[in-house]
Design a protein around this ligand. Sequence first.
Ligand code: GAL
Length: 636
Amino acid sequence: MTSVGFPRALGTCYYPEHWPQEVWAKDAQMMVESGLTWVRIGEFAWSRLEPKPGVLELEWLEEAIKTLTSAGLKVVLGTPTATPPRWMLDKHPDMLAVDAEGRPRGFGSRRHYCFSHAGYREESRRITGILAEVFGSSVAAWQTDNEYGCHDTTLSYSDAALEAFQDWLEARYGTIEALNAAWGNVFWSMEYDRFDQIGLPNLTVTEPNPAHVQAFRRFSSDQVVAFNRAQVEEIRKWSDAPISHNYMGRVTDFDHYDVGADLDIATWDSYPLGFLEDRVGASSERQKAFSRQGDPDFQTFHHDLYRAVGKGRWWIMEQQPGPVNWAPYNPAPLAGMVRLWSWEAFAHGAEAVCYFRWRQAPFAQEQMHSGLLRPDSAPAAGLAEVRQVASELAAAPHVEANVADVALVFDYDAEWAWAVQPHGQGLSYFDLVFEHYRALRRAGLNVDIVAPTTRDFTAYKAVFAPGLMHLSDDLRHALETADCPCVLGPRTGARTLDFEIPVPLPPALSGLDVTVTQVQTLRPDRPVALAGGGHAVGYIETLDGSAATILEDTSGACVAVQTQNLIYCGAWLDEAGLDRLVALVADSADVSIRSLPDGVRVRRTATQEFWFNHNAHSVDTEAGPMAPASVIWRDL
Ligand code: GAL
């Protein structure tokens, strides 16, 4: 088996401050006996670390770290900045984030701070520096904060954000005349005389200028990056341990690649059953079929995305081990799924899978969230599967090199642009990319999700880059000249950096003579049928030009075109349409594809092929018969 230098390991999230000190050693011993290596602690403990401003009580944490490490565990220490204690509000009354309706987000849960508040950013730097100085050599890894953006907290409409936004705009545009021209502020007499007149794009009478909103989205993302960077700078002064952040599923309000650039490892928090209920967007029929297994592609989409965010290094920091508390319905995973999810992560290159949480809390907000132990410390249902994975890992101890056939570009800036100007209900860039990802996985292909800063595609047999509303010149050039088929559209290059329709009209690709002459969005009950099968749904462009048609609608209008390696698809295709597009590209790229049974997915590593059956029933596959909720692997 090929090692790429990191052992595969399991872990858990532990809150020593929730339990009497007497149980710590027993907990640690049981973690080790269960086959766990990592334990993440501390990320919500600020009120116990600094009960009053400037009064530090770190001895208990020192003791906890000592107890855990002397049992043989490795500690990930979280900085506690997602939960500023109540006294912080007395010190900085204006530190609260403010929602789009202008309401401050109150104390009494978590993540109530505004990323732009300079005073709070300094407090966060200060507590991080203290922890790094005291514990920098005793911990094996760090986590900054907890789930940036969770509970809709990236965008804040506070006074602090307003001032910082005005400064950000001045630094970006230089003069107010330049900003007025770039945004087209002559429209509706929106011209400004000075930067300090510019407001935040909320509470306007009707829609604000999309250029204004997109600028605010970019600014808000930069504030997260700056907030995170301040902590990273402090930690690096005192510690060589790698630094991570735990990202989320389908949280796209900040540019994760930008945050990830300052970190060593990307981690993410995987709650497959909660996600299926509240953010995948699957039909109710699929929700029913997969209610106890989760969506077969949603987790792996994030594995593949965060592998890119982590520049190759990624973990699951929080894995659902049983029912959660926060989705509309919270069933228990089907027997086998905790093991399946764990192996799926390893097959996608994870270095570690940590389960949230060690023991279910009998108090406060997450009483209904299971852990590996019940509140009475007896093993909960998930623990047996964790132990099984631990023993299986002994035979497969190393992270393996990834091999992907296809690159799929995911661009946070495009996600914001589609949200700012969807042009039709329910059209989201995330969904567009995710539907392409699903189609590639249905065809049995390994996918690398890549950043829009990628310039070298030589490792791939095909590239998919749907929906890049603004296309930088460099990426445009890289795609135009790549040595493999590249699929663009719809909406490629549809807006300039400052949200104007460019002239010449999009997509303006050199080497592919096609022009989008009209765009329209479609009611869900008015799809456009393609000749030969499949439909355009939600969104379709009128294409003009001399490039050869590869897909057309039943009236003979062109839907997708190709010249050599460049392919442009001017529509949002349904499943059948995307399957056809993938088959056409695979043919051009000389890649062999499969037709997998519904709910079955395959992942190849350098040396093995893993098969996952996400169904609640048995399935016959090429690799052999598979039990419900099971994984098998074979050597290549
Ligand atoms: C995550 C969070 C954890 C816990 C968990 C519950 O989003 O990081 O602290 O709240 O959800 O599922």
